[in-house]
Design a protein around this ligand. Structure first.
Ligand code: FPP
Length: 249
């Protein structure tokens, strides 16, 4: 039996977040420019989006461009932006066919106009789709998001919209980019690096972390299913003891 067949469909994470890492190393191993790795990374994006939709994941968030990525060489940034434009444009039809809704988190106002236009057109066109929510994190980082949330909360207190006493976990969630999205239960990072890189730090408070040695352009459905399998075989205690979990079953 394949791993996909062995997965318990009732116990899948609703939301999986992915740090797609290793494109540059994948290209270097082949003596090619880094952008060759990003181009091949798009194949993995396609494959994992399809796998997530087929198996029944509701939300898939991909870290496509961080606020720190602006410090990369300008030619790599330009190539990544062009790749985003061409990929969004060429994949919209497939997203429609597969009933996938595209949205984004991050400060897209600072992205090139063409990226913003393509992104907004695709989010509009796919807005009624229901099977899978595909969320691209673009010009995103947790510290940016949390700073923005704190500023807005402070302003809303000044404007008497909320009271300091109202601030709690749930209220803060409403001020984040992910306000209508459930927290990820599983975070995958590829390429063997074991860092969180400023990604969804508030939201992954209780997520299971899965680090794969596979470089992103080589990441395939089977690798994704292995991560889901690993997730299903972990004990998620949320601060309780194992005995309490057994008693509550
Ligand atoms: C990290 O690998 C990858 C990125 C910063 C960009 C990810 C972009 C894509 C997969 C292509 C476009 C995506 C979409 C959603 C259309 P790295 O460059 O840091 O690799 P390295 O650590 O080996 O240098």
């Amino acid at each position: 039996m394949s791993i996909a067949e062995q997965l318990n469909k009732e116990k899948l994470p609703k939301h999986v977040a992915v740090i797609m890492d290793g494109n540059g190393r994948w290209a270097r191993k082949r003596g090619s420019a880094r952008i060759f790795g990003h181009k091949n990374g798009v194949k993995a994006v396609r494959e994992i989006t399809t796998a997530a939709a087929e198996i029944g994941i509701n939300y898939l968030t991909l870290y496509a461009f961080s606020t720190e990525n602006w410090s990369r060489p300008q030619n790599e940034i330009n190539a990544l932006m062009s790749l985003l434009v061409s990929t969004i444009a060429s994949e919209t039809k497939t997203l429609m066919k597969n009933d996938v809704k595209l949205s984004f988190i991050g400060c897209i106002e600072n992205l090139p106009l063409k990226v913003q236009e393509e992104l907004i057109a695709c989010t509009k066109q796919t807005s009624q789709n229901k099977r899978l929510n595909l969320i691209l994190a673009l010009n995103y980082s947790s510290r940016w998001e949390i700073t923005k949330a704190i500023k807005t909360i402070a302003q809303d207190i000044c404007d008497n919209k909320i009271d300091t006493a109202d601030i709690n976990d749930q209220l803060i969630c409403k001020y984040l980019e992910t306000k209508n999205i459930p927290d990820p239960e599983l975070l995958i990072r590829t390429s063997g690096e074991k860092r969180l890189s400023n990604f969804l730090l508030w939201q992954i408070a209780y997520a299971e972390l899965y680090f794969s040695e596979v470089l992103w352009p080589d990441f395939r459905k089977e690798n994704f299913y292995e991560a889901l399998w690993d997730f299903q075989n972990r004990e998620r205690r949320f601060g309780k003891t194992s005995d309490q979990l057994i008693l509550n079953k």
